[in-house]
Design a protein around this ligand. Sequence first.
Ligand SMILES: [Zn+2]
Length: 178
Amino acid sequence: MDDFLTDFQSDNFFMQQALREAQKALRATEVPIGAVIVRGDEIIARGWNQVETLKDATAHAEMIALTAAQEVYGDWRLEGCTLYVTKEPCPMCAGAIVHCRPDRVVYGCRDPKGGAAGGWINLLESNPPLNHRCEVVPGVMEEECGGIIRGFFREARARKAEARLRGGGADPEGDRLN
Ligand SMILES: [Zn+2]
């Protein structure tokens, strides 16, 4: 029970750190997803989604954190490490995770449409042709992790609607709204 409590608390602590990375993405008007990689009780790498910033569709939070962790660790085998990410990894990231071999993957909100850690498919746990399996812990701080993403898309839709309204300024209907 004590072990369970400790693990539970530390998973929450490190997910909080991943959420901080997601906040960085939010400030850069990126889809707010963040990740950290932990070895023992130390964060060795951090990453936030930078697809727009870097104009790179592969610049997901997990990919950036994995690359940074391999550099710090001095090895591509991330044995003894746990990856924390605020959203369930996509198939690209799950593939990269299997190659890097961390022990555990802890994620926040589930992605039933495109998640590759059990949401849509499961590349991390049930992947017979692949040579590594990770222990997966889903749904840690799910509300917070999902809420920040939902908020981002809500605002993006509002911005779009506002732009449409302003763009309509030339027609009489649009003028009447001002
Ligand atoms: Zn991804």
